[in-house]
Design a protein around this ligand. Structure first.
Ligand code: SF4
Length: 381
């Protein structure tokens, strides 16, 4: 286990793999440090966990924790009834994009992060694949999430093992943490990288990333590195009218020049969509979907994507465990991603209980409001 240790007034703070912060009360540490190693204290001792980057409370979700991996949209596994399974190992981001749909990085709305144990994630993934194999032949694991997946300390192990279980492994990333060596190590295991790149102008790229340390030249080098490996590169800018209008064409020219899209389409240009708990850039101009598609078509018809471009087909989902409107009594077991949201567990699913003032350990009478894709949201009655 790689960690750094520091002290403050009340705690001995271990930063593990650069992303998990374990705060062990000083008194506890002093009592046990002669008898146990630091690693044993971190693993079994009294501690509070935080995300070292976002400073939010963190749950480490392992098999022993008893929390299922289906039911939430921020962590675990999402099966939307196709042959693509979303794998979400971690929340939290090192950027602060001005348009972020999940208000990641330094956030006003997010109060909790989650990190899933890699063996648990793989075991549960394999069970889901065994179910889906009966209904579809080729299965893709797509690693994404509310945050940057390369912050996950076990990302290389995850990718390598996923590649043994399914046919295609793809990942979404902002590219900042990728290195030439990492790309070489993942070559042969990872089939496609969907890379966010929103501007070819250094100043605008920093503005959009919401981070003055964002290094566009690194992302450009990394893009070239991916394009010259066996990993396919899909460049995925978000078009932000009044910010990066001039960049879209430049990004396309750049991607074409370096050979993005060897196997799949090279570009996945996305329209900015305003979300209730997302960020909204101050100077953004509205663009409706028909204008967006018309503009894309006028550049190149091939910029319009469909699920068939990625061989995505319908494939039976796991049966739902709750009906809309169903009432049940649950124990609140974890803090939710945003304020006044708590998580409960029932029938091997996570349920997000929204608009609640109740605390951990309390019981709530709830009614299921959403069950789409086996993601469960309920109101506290
Ligand atoms: S990189 Fe993605 S998750 Fe991170 S802040 Fe930007 S849009 Fe949000």
């Amino acid at each position: 286990m790689k960690y750094e240790k520091r002290y403050d007034e009340k705690y001995v703070i271990f930063t593990i793999y650069g992303v998990i912060e374990a705060r062990v009360p000083k008194k506890f540490y002093e009592r046990y440090r002669k008898k146990y190693s630091d690693e044993e204290i971190i693993q079994y001792g009294e501690k509070e966990l935080y995300n070292a980057l976002t400073k939010r409370r963190l749950y480490y979700i392992s098999e022993e924790s008893g929390f299922p991996l289906i039911g939430h949209n921020a962590f675990g596994l999402i099966d939307r009834g196709t042959n693509l399974i979303q794998v979400r190992p971690i929340t939290g981001c090192n950027l602060n994009c001005i348009f972020c749909s999940v208000d990641e990085g330094m956030s006003r709305t997010r109060v909790t992060d989650y990190l899933v144990d890699v063996d648990y994630l793989l075991d549960e993934f394999e069970k889901l694949v065994n179910f889906k194999r009966k209904y579809c032949k080729s299965i893709e694991a797509h690693i994404d999430g509310q945050g940057e997946p390369f912050l996950y300390p076990f990302i290389e192990k995850l990718i390598k093992r996923l590649s043994e279980i399914v046919d295609i492994v793809s990942i979404q990333t902002n590219g900042t943490l990728l290195t030439k060596e990492m790309i070489a190590r993942l070559d042969g295991y990872l089939d496609r990288i969907n890379l966010s790149l929103h501007s070819m102008d250094e100043k605008m790229a920093k503005i959009i990333a919401g981070n003055k340390n964002y290094d566009l030249s690194h992302i450009i080098k990394i893009s070239e590195e991916i394009a010259s490996s066996n990993i396919d590169l899909l460049i995925a800018p978000v078009w932000l009218p009044n910010y990066n209008d001039d960049d879209i064409k430049k990004i396309i020219d750049f991607g074409t020049k370096i050979g993005a899209g060897k196997r799949w389409k090279p570009f996945g240009i996305q329209k900015f969509v305003k979300y209730r708990f997302g960020r909204n850039p101050k100077k953004i101009k509205k663009m409706d979907f028909s204008t967006f598609f018309r503009k894309l078509r006028s550049i190149d018809e091939n910029l319009i994507l469909s699920s068939s471009d990625f061989n995505i087909v319908k494939c039976k989902s796991l049966p739902k465990k709750f009906r809309i409107g169903e009432k049940l009594r649950v124990k609140l077991e974890m803090y939710g991603r945003i304020k006044n949201e708590m998580l409960a567990v029932a029938r091997d699913r996570i349920i997000q209980v929204i608009n609640t003032n109740k605390k951990i350990g309390e019981y709530a009478d709830i009614r299921i409001k959403r069950n789409k894709d086996n993601i469960y949201v309920a109101e506290d009655l």
